[in-house]
Design a binder for this molecule. Structure first.
Ligand code: COA
Length: 172
């Protein structure tokens, strides 16, 4: 309730030019198709995070969880063009870095190898990660890599190649 009141206060103080934009944002966040909604909620939470509005950032991060069932940290750096075709069950840990035009399917996890360490993966541009895959540790997934369904990636991958399996091996 306190959050709702604070947002209302901000909106009430906003200039008439801003209000239609806020209404558009509200529509995007609540009524758009799930892939768009997931990206929009991440972007809003990230927007607040980088500007130091931590409570608002966590609010939108939590909303992304309640609406889509995804835990995408506002601390993760995700480049433009990211796409979540079926945004459910995706977990992207706080230290992860994703390049441009990355596609992440359902139930993918990008995170650290162990709770006691802080080693997150770096995903290159144009990477596709198919459903159920787990990418963990301080590894680099090379530009243009495809990761097959239900793979576990534990080491760096070469650019423009296809990896799959547990642990993932290079197919081509
Ligand atoms: C990884 C992938 C892209 C590779 O496709 P491909 O290049 O046509 O590969 P192939 O089917 O020729 O398989 C090559 C080898 O890799 C193995 N392989 C393929 N995908 C695999 C996977 N996800 N996990 C483990 N092994 C896999 C095959 O069994 C085969 O092994 P073999 O050489 O010992 O017989 C594809 O298999 C895949 O996982 N696609 C995901 C699609 C998906 O999830 N769609 C739903 C989206 S909602």
């Amino acid at each position: 309730m306190a959050m709702k009141r604070a947002l209302k206060a901000v909106i009430n103080r906003a200039s008439p030019r801003i209000i239609p934009r806020l209404r558009f944002l509200q529509g995007l966040l609540h009524h758009s198709p799930p892939p768009l909604k997931a990206v929009a909620l991440y972007r809003v939470s990230r927007y607040f995070w980088v500007r130091g509005h931590r409570i608002l950032a966590r609010h939108y991060e939590n909303l992304l969880y309640y609406r889509c069932g995804c835990t995408i940290s506002c601390e993760a750096e995700i480049g433009e063009g990211v796409w979540f075709p079926h945004p459910t069950g995706i977990v992207i840990g706080k230290g992860s870095i994703l390049g441009r035009n990355v596609t992440v399917y359902q139930s993918v996890t990008l995170g650290r190898k162990d709770r006691t360490v802080s080693d997150y993966p770096r995903i290159g541009d144009d990477v596709t990660i198919y459903p159920g895959s787990v990418v963990i540790g301080a590894i680099v997934v090379g530009k243009g890599t495809t990761i097959g369904a239900n793979s576990v990636v534990l080491a760096d991958t070469e650019e423009n190649s296809v990896y799959a399996g547990v642990p993932a091996r290079r197919l081509r």
